[in-house]
Design a protein around this ligand. Structure first.
Ligand code: GLA
Length: 370
């Protein structure tokens, strides 16, 4: 393995453990995780591999095959920056349960596509450290630890979806997660049996203000929940009544979250009934709600969705936090080429850089490689 070779060359000796954790796409349930709601992501076939050995002192030596150069040596958590914060954040969050470590990282998640490479990095390192130090954590505990590292150490107020998808997914399945109880179920997503594919359309555009807008949406939802007297928007049962009590953006955000939770449950119901071919309308409705009510889409995402539907996709939506990144389209295999052509020519008409197409096959969650 490339990562173990790099580990040996930089640090001498074999790594004590090697873990792989995948990125994710979200089939449906967007921005619902931090509203105690439902999500349905699945792991993608790309991820992060971490080769790790413990150290006797508190030094952290880090090397990434994606950032060539000498290993970064960190003797205090405050010294970390860039990608190293996700790794150091996990170690810092574990506190005195662990000491220092030598860590080599390799990854193949397409950069900037919004496929959660940071969650994959956190979960790979958290899993390796749990394993090395015999901490006895469950996959969900590893996900929660990773989320805490990202919230408290990196400063991104994300929910639990990405880390849970990376830690808990099963091959050939989507992960239905209740973000309040943290109960989860693997739902079979047998695309091939129905002659279907989920195509990732990476717009290759990422808008800079995404982080600030994410925190703003979260604050609007929390404020709306306070006004409605509920713990979280998940608890709204009378949507019409709730909307009467709210105005402006908070009203729109509430509309999205409440209807999106219903869409997740409906989509899970269709999958469990074997009606995967019928889920397209829910994907489309989710996209319109994210575009018009939650206002986290972008012109590039909207065009990817519209053009893939024109090209014959059964349904399409933006996936992930928004403001760039990727859309997904559910496409019958015999329509794949026409969908790609339709999106490519729509982008070309506007002289936008061509998007990148990736096939999304539901892959397994984090696992030990050696
Ligand atoms: C980002 C966050 C997730 C989730 C999505 C939106 O990916 O990391 O926790 O909130 O956005 O669904």
């Amino acid at each position: 393995m490339r990562v173990t070779d790099a580990f040996r060359a930089a640090f001498g000796g074999d790594p004590r453990t090697v873990w792989h954790a995948p990125g994710r796409v979200n089939l449906i349930g967007e921005h619902t995780d931090y509203n105690d709601g439902f999500v349905l992501p699945f792991a993608v076939p790309w991820g992060v591999t971490a080769a790790v050995s413990p150290r006797d002192d508190s030094t952290i030596r880090l090397l990434s095959l994606q950032s060539p150069g000498d290993p970064v040596v960190i003797s205090s958590h405050e010294e970390s920056r860039g990608w190293t914060r996700y790794v150091v954040g996990v170690l810092a969050t574990l506190g005195d349960r662990v000491r220092g470590a030598d860590i080599a990282i390799d990854g193949d998640i397409p950069a900037g596509a919004g496929l959660s490479s940071s969650a994959a990095l956190e979960v790979a390192v958290a899993s390796a450290l749990d394993d090395l130090y015999d901490l006895g954590m469950t996959p969900m505990e590893r996900a929660l630890l990773s989320q805490r590292a990202e919230n408290d150490f990196v400063g991104m107020p994300c929910g639990i979806m990405d880390q849970a998808a990376s830690a808990l997914s099963a091959e050939g399945h989507a992960l239905f997660l209740d973000c309040r109880s943290l109960g989860s179920r693997n739902i079979p997503l047998d695309l091939a049996a129905h002659g279907l594919s989920i195509l990732i359309i990476d717009t290759r555009v990422h808008h800079e203000h995404a982080g600030g807008e994410y925190a703003k949406r979260r604050a609007e939802c929390e404020s709306a929940a306070r006004k409605l007297g509920v713990a979280a928007l998940r608890d709204v049962t009378d949507l019409a009544g709730a909307l009467e009590q709210l105005q402006g953006d908070e009203r729109k955000r509430t509309m999205h979250i409440v209807t999106e939770n219903h869409r997740v449950e409906a989509l899970v119901g269709l999958l469990r009934a074997g009606a995967i071919t019928e889920i397209g309308a829910l994907l489309n409705a989710s996209h319109l709600s994210l575009r018009d009510q939650y206002e986290v889409s972008s012109p590039e995402l909207d065009l990817a969705v519209e053009a893939s539907l024109r090209g014959g996709a059964r349904g399409a939506r933006m996936t992930g936090g928004g403001f760039g990144g990727s859309a997904i389209a559910l496409v019958a295999d015999d329509r794949l080429e026409s969908v790609k052509e339709s999106v490519n020519s729509a982008y070309a008409e506007r002289a936008w850089q061509p998007p990148r197409f990736l096939p999304a096959t539901p892959a397994s969650g984090a696992r030990r490689l050696s």
